[in-house]
Design a protein around this ligand. Sequence first.
Ligand code: GLC
Length: 579
Amino acid sequence: MSTPDVDVDVNQNQNQNKNVKAEDILCPLAEYEECDFSKLLEKPRLLNIDRQRSLDERSLSELSIGISPRHATRAIDPNSSRFFEQLDSICSPVGRRSGFSTPRSQIGFDPHPMVAEAWEALRRSLVYFRGQPVGTIAALDNTEENLNYDQVFVRDFVPSALAFLMNGEPEIVKNFILKTLRLQSWEKKIDRFQLGEGVMPASFKVLHDPVRNNETLIADFGESAIGRVAPVDSGFWWIILLRAYTKSTGDTSLAELPECQKGMRLILSLCLSEGFDTFPTLLCADGCCMIDRRMGVYGYPIEIQALFFMALRCALLLLKQDDEGKEFIERIVKRLHALSYHMRSYFWLDLKQLNDIYRFKTEEYSHTAVNKFNVMPDSLPEWVFNFMPVYGGYFIGNVSPARMDFRWFCLGNCIAILSSLATPEQSTAIMDLIESRWEELVGEMPLKVCYPAMETHEWRIITGCDPKNTRWSYHNGGSWPVLLWLLTAACVKTGRPQIARRAIEIAEARLLKDHWPEYYDGKLGRYIGKQSRKAQTWSIAGYLVAKMMLEDPSHLGMIAIEEDKQMKPILRRSYSWTL
Ligand code: GLC
């Protein structure tokens, strides 16, 4: 079954463009506005295996033929014909695979010796609750202080979950989804303040009581975390994981459970509630995502907005169209429409957009304002002029009144590609930028969490003199091997597997030898991080996921969503690389 083509109301579009002339000048991508998510309401919901498979078949086969000639010459390497055949042979439920505990190569690659070691290490990190595996510990490093690295973090478990799903072991993922769902229903308080019902924990831990011979769970919703910030990303990852599980196993019964439907609705009501917002993006506190301490990642950080978009799209596939679900579906569709327009227009930076901002007038008033957020051209940092390649672009870190954070963030940009928040052209541009800024972003260890680092005065003000986040360390421009899986998935989706292959090779030269560090330091990522944990589970799992995805690109389906037909831009203008 194919998705009904959507008629685009060109007239309406033109009229709107007339009305928003000024916006058009501000953002060359303003025409992307017309992603008509409302049409999605007319589609049957996708909690139906046949329906879901056919959608995937469509999207992945489109992907394989949708590679532009430009890529055909640049991106394809000797393995590519197989690679694209793989994309065409669609992700069918992996549960049917045999040899669950013996990961094997699907298309005849010789497994790297590190792969077996990684699997062993990943299995050592398993956490059991009353006899069942429910997650993986953040790090199995006894040489450093534990802090909370002995817990199961929701975000850290994602690459572990994907590795297990890809290896045909969905049980642990199901257990994790159900356990965290139970934790969500706990009453959560910080001092005397009660958190929203839908908040998912950052992490949890199994407590053994040897006297009573009993096990209990304790969870952290931010009330114990350094800085006391609730993790906004946990709920989004939970929804994304539920979709990955459903997609990879074909088992819709988990997502259909009334508890799971309710869990999703609770998460969604936290982020879709009406308030004083003038933007469709989600307002956040510093430290509410992977970068979980003060780093100037507050306001409307790309790291959260991209996950928000992805989670909304996954929820749309998973929510039942019953009385309770319908209302949410409508709200999601509206929000997606506004969010994609806002992000694609105002967060997008390429050479042309940079030049436009450089020439911005300020203090404009009323609807005709070009510089809507009153950004001062003087606030453009020096580095961004050198960093911006002729071909390429990226979603910047943050946009709010008079403030643009021009830093490049890895997770947000990769998730933007995977969720199709980025248009195909933007996705290509993001990959182009990674290629042209290889030394800065990949260097000697993939991959920078953000670029560039903050130093001296700026570091003092923005991080509050955080000694863990000194320049080119940890969250401040450190290199995180876990990000390899996100890069690889983005490479596969954009048809540029050779980029991932290069990055994986670089990681393979050191990761095992260095005992799977959590992060590396330095401009090139040459040094094991100052306070980096060893045996960091998501470094291990991230590597495995990257390897498996390259070997069998059909795995991409569980973590990527194709651009919806309605999201295709109506008019195409020349983009940065045609300048
Ligand atoms: C650090 C990271 C965070 C991660 C946690 C456990 O706090 O900043 O993203 O979830 O360690 O590994």
